[in-house]
Design a protein around this ligand. Structure first.
Ligand code: PMT
Length: 497
């Protein structure tokens, strides 16, 4: 990160209500549990959108109308999965799920969902929007979840018991069912104008939403554009189903049945790729002090590394995060150690390495530090100032050189010749995998999205531009896949417990 440091030079600072017409629509089509259990689900890799297929449940007269009525397609490359799979899968056991319910007649189905999630072993806390509370009562959800229900930001007694930020941290998953067109729009625009949207912004938990709305609203370009934004941020969209609507229309927009939602969540969350694995992640920049008020640093925000920590925790790993000086919330379930300088990061990493199976070095570690830190603020002399820099330890290379080493993943931040430089770093630092990213103006550093080229001995994979959490999940899946075949055999990152 020498270039970044010089570029930074001397840094002088311290650090609607829903419509009643939906009622007939929601009651109108027979989606019995038995039928639902026979349905098949499609999901994309790890956390992608889920499509619901229940065409075989559509009455014959509706099939004819369906042929005339072009619908928004809701199908994705399918990985078929039985709706009963969650019954045997412990994926949701003890998972802390925050269930958000937005306004719409389908809100009554969220009561059944609460029960089914608890049957699957999850701990459930429910948040109703103001409009949802017009359709269903908080008391119903309190009885079904066994927990107090929150409806607004301004409830003093509820805030005293568990404040909204605490609730955001408590949640390991957020599920919004039904998600109205209005709620989807507010989420897409990052609004925080009620408790549910505030929680979504304040939480690092993965979010899944199950839309429910009129087919025209679902098909509207605005709704589809909002969903594209949300999917790009890694939010999973479950369904909707399609069928007859109360208004006499036919199309997509029905809330999935409770069983279908639970099965889709279980499919997304299990089996966990890194269950029983200990992962150490470094993230963020390092600051190398010049004097009590100035430092040499770089532009890393920590987002990429924090996303990797979150993605590993989602996949069941015990995650230790060593974070440089950044102001990001700690992802749910992750244990964090804060450091400032490269040497502090080195010490923290080395302390945790003996207990780690995987090390992901996403931190932008300063290659150099001032040879001396002045005790007092350096005074302006009227001429130029020369700083003597001395080399910092190369943390990832030292870890990879250990005799009993974990699986070691490095990053490469390059401004040109991405693949060639990354390939050279992979070999020189003896890494098992390297994630290369182009950095520079508006790329890599300090932005929400990124693009990665993964290289490992004998293979490569390009991860197209996407939100950092989406990339982190794909990276974690690649790490799991690379470790899996070698488990129990001799391999470079083959630590045995
Ligand atoms: O934090 P963000 O704003 O989200 O930005 C993300 C990122 C661009 C910082 C991240 O994706 C990234 O590329 N991190 C690595 C940055 C870096 O230091 O790259 P490098 O090519 O200089 O280093 C190669 C590898 O060696 C890295 O894994 C680095 O962590 C490691 N290293 C480098 C120097 C050093 N002294 N010790 C190290 O361990």
């Amino acid at each position: 990160m020498l270039g970044q440091q010089f570029a930074a030079k001397i840094n002088r600072g311290l650090p609607a209500p829903a419509r009643a017409q939906e009622q007939r629509q929601q009651f109108g089509v027979g989606q019995r549990r038995r039928a639902t259990r026979q349905h098949l689900f499609a999901r994309s890799f790890v956390f992608g959108p889920v499509a619901y297929r229940h065409d075989f449940n559509i009455p014959r007269q509706d099939r004819a109308r369906q042929a005339e009525n072009p619908r928004i397609p809701v199908s994705y490359p399918p990985v078929m999965l039985s709706a009963d799979s969650y019954m045997s899968a412990p994926a949701l056991a003890n998972l802390r799920i925050l269930l958000g319910v937005s306004g719409g007649i389908a809100a009554y189905k969220a009561a059944e969902l609460t029960r089914r999630l608890r049957d699957a072993g999850a701990e459930v806390r429910v948040v109703l929007t103001e409009n949802a509370a017009r359709f269903v009562t908080p008391l119903t959800f309190q009885a079904l979840s066994g927990q107090p229900v929150r409806c607004g930001l301004w409830d003093e007694s509820a805030e005293a018991a568990m404040g909204h930020i605490e609730l955001a941290r408590w949640a390991q998953r957020i599920v919004i069912a039904p998600a109205s067109a209005d709620l989807i729009a507010r989420l897409a625009h990052g609004l925080a104008d009620d408790l549910l949207t505030t929680l979504c912004l304040a939480s690092t938990a993965a979010v899944a939403l199950a839309p429910a709305m009129n087919q025209q609203m679902w098909a509207h370009a605005a709704t589809q554009a909002n969903l594209t934004v949300l999917r790009a941020r890694g939010i999973s969209v479950l369904g909707p189903g399609s069928g007859s609507q109360a208004c006499g229309e036919f199309g997509a927009g029905r809330l999935l049945e409770a069983d279908a939602i639970v099965a889709a969540l279980a499919a997304m969350h299990g089996p966990q790729l890194l269950a029983g694995t200990r992962v150490l992640v470094s993230a963020g920049p390092t600051f190398e002090d010049i004097d009590p008020v100035r430092y040499v640093g770089n532009r890393s925000s920590g987002r990429m590394g924090f996303a990797v920590a979150q993605a590993a925790a989602e996949q069941g790993a015990e995650v230790q995060l060593v974070a440089g000086p950044v102001h990001l919330p700690t992802p749910a379930g992750v244990v964090r150690t804060d450091v400032r300088s490269a040497r502090q990061m080195h010490a923290a990493v080395m302390q945790h390495i003996p207990q780690s199976d995987i090390f992901v070095s996403a931190a932008a570690v300063g290659d150099y530090r001032p040879a001396e830190i002045a005790t007092h603020k350096l005074k302006k002399t009227g001429g130029s100032l020369t700083l003597t820099l001395t080399e910092n330890p190369d943390i990832v290379a030292q870890v990879a050189a250990l005799k009993n080493r974990p699986f070691v993943v490095g990053f490469a931040a390059e401004t040109r010749d991405l693949q060639a430089h990354a390939q050279a770093k992979l070999a020189a630092k003896k890494l098992d995998l390297i994630a290369a990213n182009q950095v520079g103006a508006g790329a890599g550093f300090d932005c929400a999205d990124n693009e990665l080229l993964l290289l490992w001995p004998g293979g490569k994979e390009h991860l197209a531009r996407a939100d950092k959490i989406v990339l982190a999940r794909a990276l974690v899946a690649r790490i799991a896949a690379l470790r899996e075949p070698a488990l129990g055999r001799t391999r470079p990152g083959g630590r045995k417990r």
